[in-house]
Ligand binder design. Structure first.
Ligand code: DP6
Length: 394
């Protein structure tokens, strides 16, 4: 079986203060390029106590998915100009956006930092971002998490910010982005301080589980009906179940971390599925309900339970974010048998069949379901636990 690519965290460099002045004494532009994987939550973040700062009502926990990433270049020019953001070749509106929120925060910090010094150089800063993702944006595959974590990573490298500042910048862009600034199993603590400085991400120490894999089944490549931001606010305003969910998150996170430490896949998988189902129950308890799952998602849920029963133990887990695409967690030695099983139960688009064949390293037999009414459009197989990678800095 072919092994999916692995990334190592490699982000210890930053630029030294005072580098690169132009002959006129202005600071030269700085450019940073990073690659940052998405993360998929095992215990979901859903609901905010501060909507502007993206402060959550509950702690959440996630794993990074190495094969799905944003490759982002950030250029900082020390002059007055218009900020620009391009994602997958498409220019984004910056005014009034989350990007602007992040840029303004950096300008504010830089002004504050300069205030005590002789202001030799103006603090005018212009930002230019170009970012490419290797997966569909806004289809519930956490694209903003990778994108904003990458921006925060670049900003840290260029300005020498602390990890706590990097956390804040990622979070300002998108809450779940805070969990992509580290590799591995990452917990985002909701925090209790009024200034939110303890609402930060923490990397779980015993993160190395080399045989763990993610298998993503894309069932819909379209934009989701309600954004997470709007959806969770509606839940906060209308759901009576949310309060109970919030009470349980810490305990569930502790159980998953304990299972992870003991390499107890079955205990971990059980909690992951329970959290996903609980999260979607809360979405259904929202008025009007948030229906992120579709018929294919529900078929996958049934299939996983049938497969686990057939095996006599829980060897595969599903989780669904705010969209119908499934993320399955399993160990490497389960992948082949599960895919053999799934390709007989679900209909795969031709390109998805090819992806399965690449994962298995052999052709599927003729009897495999295929055809016009494909349920599975894309299959992504990945190692988990990779972190941000610095590609260049100058
Ligand atoms: C279901 O992080 O996209 O994926 O903070 O408003 O940008 P904002 O929301 P976002 O919400 C993610 C919701 C989720 C669960 C999770 O990733 O924890």
């Amino acid at each position: 079986m072919n092994s999916p690519g692995c990334q190592q965290a490699n982000c210890s460099e930053t630029l030294k203060e005072g580098m690169g002045l132009t002959p006129e004494g202005r600071r030269e532009s700085r450019v940073c390029t990073v690659r940052v994987p998405i993360n998929i939550a095992l215990v979901k973040y859903w609901g905010k106590r501060d909507q502007t700062q993206n402060i959550p009502l509950n702690d959440s926990l996630s794993l990074t998915i190495n094969s799905l990433h944003a490759r982002t270049t950030l250029r900082v020019n020390y002059e007055i100009g218009t900020d620009s953001v391009k994602i997958n070749g498409k220019s984004q509106t910056v005014t009034g956006s989350r990007y602007q929120r992040v840029f303004e925060e950096v300008r504010r910090w830089e002004r504050k930092r300069k205030a005590g010094e002789v202001a030799e150089h103006p603090v005018s800063i212009q930002f230019e971002i170009t970012s490419e993702t290797n997966f569909p944006v806004s289809a519930g595959l956490a694209s903003s998490a990778a994108g904003f974590a990458a921006i925060a990573e670049c900003l840290q490298k260029i300005f020498g910010f602390t990890d706590s500042q990097k956390s804040q910048l990622a979070r300002l862009g998108s809450g779940s982005a805070i969990r992509s600034i580290f590799g591995g199993l990452v917990r985002w603590r909701r925090g209790t301080q009024p200034n939110y400085e303890d609402s930060i991400a923490e990397s779980f120490p015993s993160t190395h589980w080399p045989s763990l894999r993610a298998l993503i089944l894309v069932v819909d490549e379209g934009r989701k009906e309600y954004s997470s931001t709007d959806g969770m606010q509606r839940t906060v305003e209308t759901s009576t179940l949310l309060e109970r969910r919030i009470e349980c998150c810490d305990v569930n996170i502790d159980k998953i971390c304990a299972a992870f430490s003991n390499r107890d896949f079955s205990a971990m998988a059980d909690m992951i599925m329970r959290d996903s189902n609980n999260f979607h129950a809360v979405c259904m308890d929202t008025s009007p309900p948030l229906m992120y799952l579709n018929d294919v998602s529900r078929t996958i849920i049934r299939l996983v339970h049938v497969y686990n029963e057939k095996n006599g133990s829980t060897v595969i887990a599903y989780t669904f974010d705010a969209g119908p695409n499934a993320t399955l967690y399993l160990e490497e030695d389960t992948v082949q048998d599960f895919l053999d099983f799934a390709t007989k139960q679900l209909r795969f688009a031709e390109s998805a069949q090819t992806e399965v064949e690449e994962i298995l390293g052999h052709k599927l037999d003729e009897s495999v379901n295929n055809g016009a009414l494909a349920q599975i459009l894309q299959v992504i197989y990945s190692q988990v636990g990779g972190g941000p990678q610095l590609l260049s800095l100058h």
